[in-house]
Design a protein around this ligand. Structure first.
Ligand SMILES: [Fe+2]
Ligand SMILES: [Fe+2]
Length: 178
């Protein structure tokens, strides 16, 4: 599957602009990491990001998300490594994050949501957002309280990157998303 096909499917399944934007930001973060870790896989890593919450608007329960989306995408010929990463972004599925793609998807998903939340309370959005400001807000449990700090910390630990570098890379990727 190509990225433009994936976007068409995304627009079919997801009406909520905020959720569409979330999936675009996660795709951008995945692309930024692929540039460093797996340049030849860039498009596939972005597909995993773009499609990971495909079914969330229609099927938000833990029983269905992301299984319904994965079953649909399997029928559309999306490869098993991407489907595995999509399953693994939801810890409650018990799917092991045992591939670089799965680890990176998990590590950028919640953080991307958090960075967008940080941008929303700033006059210039994410344009001048710094990792230090993101870290300060992460310590404030009442800010974007739905975002799991535990998952963000686990994701960074699994990548073995410095937290500042991880946050900076994701901010830069998200800035590039319209
Ligand atoms: Fe999800
Ligand atoms: Fe997500």
């Amino acid at each position: 599957m190509q990225l433009d096909q994936a976007r068409a499917i995304l627009h079919e399944w997801v009406a909520n602009p905020a959720l569409r934007h979330h999936m675009e930001t996660v795709a951008a973060c995945m692309g930024a990491y692929a540039d460093v870790v797996a340049p030849a896989e860039r498009e596939r890593w972005m597909l995993a990001g773009l499609l990971h919450d495909l079914d969330w608007e229609r099927h938000p329960t833990q029983a269905e998300h992301p299984r319904v989306g994965v079953a649909f995408l399997r029928g559309r010929g999306v490869d098993e490594e991407i489907l595995h990463a999509i399953m693994a972004h939801a810890p409650y599925t018990g799917t092991a994050r045992d591939t670089p793609m799965a680890r990176h998807l998990f590590a950028v998903d919640e953080l991307a949501g958090f960075i967008v939340a940080c941008g929303k309370v700033r006059p210039d959005g994410v344009a001048t957002l710094e990792p230090s400001s993101v870290k300060k807000r992460l310590k404030n449990a009442t800010f974007a309280a739905a975002v799991s700090r535990e998952d963000i910390a686990a994701g960074v630990a699994e990548l073995g990157v410095a937290e500042d570098e991880h946050i900076a890379r994701c901010i830069a990727a998200i800035r590039a998303v319209a």
